[in-house]
Design a protein around this ligand. Structure first.
Ligand SMILES: C[S@@+](CC[C@H](N)C(=O)[O-])C[C@H]1O[C@@H](n2cnc3c(N)ncnc32)[C@H](O)[C@@H]1O
Length: 322
């Protein structure tokens, strides 16, 4: 039998093989979050240009009681399940308030990154000694499927931090349809969407002056070097970010500044790069309210409430299955 880390390694290797063999080349942003990637993302969240975390934090800190009211029904136990939880900092505001209200719930944190999960668990256990907390490591759906078979309580599913932005429009619809299939009629889904706004404000969030976002992207090449025995020279790749206002999509690329051949030992393969050839790293889709409504409707949900920050940069949207 394979160990769980061997299973993960194969998946990473398979995805790298698929991405670097494609035209155009791409890498999946779900692999950004190793130890160093999680640390760099913490830095990104503190950058002056990265307004997303501050906007969602504002919503969670100023509208906590309204969120609690919208989530809970009298005396009912529930599971608060977070997909792609990261450091859980914003969620800790809800957990703190919910516990103070005497709510009977269990917090379940799911993430593909072991590093993110262990850091979150350590912090939550120290901050909330009375909290029942459980973790599931793995891809969103694998974790949800495993979890579903273990619990029959009402589920309130959190999908925060504009994680949904990492899917293109049709992938987002598939994602919510699959999620709907794991939910019962009284469950709820709470999603953080970054809204369309001044394109320059959006672009700066993915192209910060201190180059932390560049390091975050380049770190995935380091991870491939370390875990799959590749020989990417990070000095020869540049980070490039773009925002397309008609599509509402911010995209990040790593550009090979010269023609080169990269060898990935554990794949037993080489990959040729032309000068200035890009690797597509990540999409961050921005939404209008009309797009959110359309997405909810076409994936089996209705919107029961929106929560906005004071600048209307961002919304957390509460969805009910239809
Ligand atoms: C942008 S961070 C956001 C973290 C958190 N939701 C927040 O609002 O601060 C994305 C998180 O989702 C996790 N993630 C990305 N793709 C995933 C996947 N396919 N399955 C599970 N977790 C994933 C990452 O490991 C990371 O912790």
């Amino acid at each position: 039998m394979q160990s769980s880390s061997a299973i993960k390694q194969n998946t990473f290797a398979d995805d790298v093989l698929r991405g670097l063999s494609s035209a155009p080349k791409f890498l999946s942003s779900k692999y950004f979050y190793d130890d160093e990637g999680s640390r760099l993302f913490q830095e990104i969240m503190k950058l002056p240009e990265y307004y997303l975390t501050r906007a969602e934090f504002e919503i969670f800190s100023t509208q906590t009681s309204e969120i609690f009211e919208a989530f809970t029904r009298a005396n009912e136990t529930f599971d608060l399940i977070e997909l792609g939880a990261g450091d859980g900092l914003k969620t800790s505001l809800l957990v703190d308030y919910f516990l103070k209200q005497g709510a009977d719930f269990r917090y379940v944190s799911m993430d593909i990154s072991e590093e993110a999960l262990s850091c979150l668990t350590e912090n939550f256990k120290a901050q909330f000694p009375g909290l029942s907390i459980q973790t599931e490591q793995g891809d969103y759906f694998r974790s949800l499927e495993i979890f579903k078979s273990k619990s029959d309580r009402r589920k309130i599913i959190l999908f925060l931090g504009s994680n949904i932005g990492n899917f293109g429009k049709s992938q987002a619809q598939d994602f919510f349809r699959q999620l709907r299939a794991t939910m019962n009629d009284t469950d709820l889904l709470f999603i953080g969407f970054d809204l369309q706004k001044d394109p320059r404000v959006i672009l700066r969030a993915y192209d910060d002056a201190q180059n932390v976002t560049a390091q975050f992207n380049l770190n995935l090449l380091s991870r491939i070097n370390r875990e799959l025995g590749a020989n990417f020279n990070l000095e020869i790749f540049s980070h490039y970010a773009s925002y397309h206002p008609i599509e509402g999509a911010a995209r990040s690329f790593l550009i090979s500044r010269k023609a080169q051949t990269i060898c990935v030992e554990s794949l037993n393969k080489t990959f040729d790069f032309a000068a200035w050839e890009p690797i597509f790293m990540e999409i961050s889709q921005k939404y209008s309210l009309a797009m959110i409504e359309d997405l909810a409707q076409t994936s089996g949900f209705e919107i029961s409430q929106y929560f906005f920050d004071s600048q209307k940069f961002y919304t957390d949207s509460l969805w009910k299955p239809t």
